[in-house]
Design a protein around this ligand. Structure first.
Ligand SMILES: [Zn+2]
Length: 384
């Protein structure tokens, strides 16, 4: 990589300005966006995102995202290839290449040939060169184990869903992902909180897939405490989990991958969210820390919070205003925040507005609804 970087950037610009992904795209003569989207695992690794979810996969304005997610290797020890693909490549173009779909966790077969993928014996160091016929390799499964894994319906759905994620254009907002998975789990009587008697998602997974397969995704699963949340999988209904968790959950929660993907990618309007919202998001929810954080993250924009939650923004407005978090929308946050914080520190309102250039009527309106929680939110926003 260092040598390639040197070759592509002979003028020695700072390293931070020529990250690995950009260097590779340049070398391959592919636009960076196309490189990230079509030739890296970024869309899979960025399936769900707690922030920046309006940045499309590979958008050059999110260069740090491309570097962070595009260059990630799932497991240090793996460089997977299909011997039949390598043979086919050699025939058609005299050299073979690594395929990203072969590097997805938990899919040990070639989607084109159906045969078991081989793992290079030197691990990811093999990526420094193109694959070639007779590249030293080993296989993860015996013939019988491979048949059991590749014919398993959950694993087949998992593979379809993971490949669909790999071809997606943008991530799903975390809050939205959490909500959808939890709603479907509840429907199937699966436990969505750490405490309770109902079976967990992990238990549903273990009932349906071979142990040796699930252990490749979650090596710690054998150490879980029966009846308790196994966090890497079960936390999906409360927060962010690793990439493969979303494909796995959907594969278990639906009988067909098409149905799962339709649910996952459905328009917000297409979901009967209003009724569920009232059930799931009670007063505690609007007063919760999660909501407070969301308010800060969206800079008090009720419309954008509504979009992130797939809830009607006017409902969001009513509930958040009642919870002491008024709409800021188009308000100049830095000026308004300064004025409110100065006022709270004891400066007369008029002086506070004048010194920061904030609109007095706007500030008055905002402090009318009670101020301590709101000013904490403003403080946090102005730190960003
Ligand atoms: Zn193949």
């Amino acid at each position: 990589m260092a040598a390639l970087r040197e070759a592509m950037h002979p003028t020695r610009i700072p390293l931070s300005e020529c990250p690995a992904a950009a260097t590779l795209a340049l070398a391959a003569e592919i636009p960076l966006k196309e490189f990230a989207r079509k030739h890296s695992l970024l869309p899979f690794h960025r399936t769900v995102s707690p922030k920046d979810y309006d940045v499309d996969h590979g958008d050059p304005t999110g260069l740090y995202l491309i570097e962070h997610f595009g260059m990630r290797v799932w497991r240090q020890s793996m460089a997977m290839f299909c011997p039949e693909c390598v043979a086919g490549d050699m025939e058609s173009s005299k050299f073979a290449y690594w395929r990203r779909s072969h590097q997805l966790p938990g899919i040990p077969w070639c989607t084109e040939h159906g045969c078991q993928l081989a793992n290079s014996t030197i691990g990811k160091k093999a990526f420094d060169d193109v694959p070639f016929p007779d590249l030293p390799a080993h296989y993860g499964y015996s013939e019988q184990e491979f048949i059991d894994v590749s014919l398993n319906p959950v694993i087949q759905r998992y593979a379809d869903i993971a490949n669909a994620f790999l071809n997606s254009e943008r991530p799903t907002p975390l809050i939205h992902a959490t909500f959808r998975i939890a709603e479907q789990a509840k429907k199937l009587q699966i436990r969505v909180g750490a405490r309770g008697q109902k079976p967990t998602l992990t238990e549903k997974v273990l009932e349906q897939v071979p142990r040796n397969w699930i252990k490749t995704l979650y090596p710690d699963i054998e150490n879980r405490v029966p009846g308790q949340f196994f966090n890497p999988i079960d936390n999906i209904t409360t927060g962010l989990v690793a990439d493969q968790g979303y494909a796995l959950a959907l594969a278990v929660l639906f009988d067909s991958s098409t149905e799962a993907l339709n649910y996952w990618y459905a328009d917000n309007d297409g979901l009967p969210l209003e009724r569920k919202v009232q059930r799931s998001f009670g007063r505690d929810y609007w007063n919760s820390n999660t909501m407070f954080k969301l308010y800060v993250e969206h800079k008090g924009n009720h419309t954008s919070i509504g979009q992130a939650l797939s809830i009607d923004p006017s409902y969001v407005r009513t509930e958040l205003t009642a919870a002491g978090l008024p709409a800021l929308g188009l308000v100049d946050i830095s000026a308004t925040a300064q004025a409110i914080l100065a006022y709270q520190a004891g400066m007369p309102l008029e002086a506070a507005c004048d010194s920061s250039g904030a609109s007095r009527s706007e500030v008055e309106k905002l402090i009318r609804g009670g101020i301590s929680k709101f000013s904490t939110a403003l403080k946090k926003m102005s730190q960003h």
